[in-house]
Design a protein around this ligand. Sequence first.
Ligand SMILES: [Zn+2]
Length: 216
Amino acid sequence: MKNVSDSPAATAEAAHEECVELVAKATIPTRYGVFESHVYRVKSTGAEHLTLVMGDVAHGESVLCRLHSECVTGDVFGSYRCDCGEQLDLAMRYIAAENRGILLYLRGHEGRGIGLANKIRAYALQEQGYDTVDANLHLGLPDDAREYDSAAAILRALDVRSVRLMSNNPSKFDTLLKHDIPVCERVALAIPVREENERYIKTKQVRFGHYFDENE
Ligand SMILES: [Zn+2]
C-alpha cells in the first residue's frame, strides 16, 4: 500500500502527515449511503483510524466533518450514559443529506482515551456519585487522554482544505487550527438531554468548556 506521504497532496505538509500512514481502502455501502473508507495507522501507537468519505472532499472548501471518538457502548449498543451514539447517527445523516463530507472514527479514544475497562470502572464510580472527571481522577487516570493531531494529519492527507466541524468540543477546533486546517463553521449536533446523561452532558460543559446545543 502506498504511503500517504507519497501522494501528490503531500508536499509542504509532509511533516504533518508523517505520523499516519494509509494502510487500506475500499468502498462501504451503509444505510446512510455509499462511503469510500480508508484506514490510517498512527505510527506511534498502532491505532487504526477509520475514515468514511462521501463525495469529493479534496476539492473546494467547507467540507462537513466529524471527528468521532470511538465509544463501543454508545456507538454500537446505544447507551444513554453518553451521547456518542446519537451524535454519530446525526453526523452520518448530515453528511448523507449533503452527499459530501467526512467522518473520522478515532479508535483508541474509548472513555476519552482511558480504555474500555477503565471507562466501565468510571461508570461504577459515577453510580456512587462521582462526576465523569472525578471518577477518572479517582482511578489515577487523566480526565481526557485523547489527541487529535493524527486526525488533523489524516485530513491533510485527504487534502481537505477547510471544514465545517460537527462538534461541541473546543479541543478539536484548537487542534485543527494548530495544524492550519481552517474551521469555517461549527455545526451543532443537538442531542436530546435525558435523565441518564444529563449529568454527563452538564459535566462536559462545566469542566471541559463544551458548547451546549439545545435540542429543538
Ligand atoms: Zn460515549
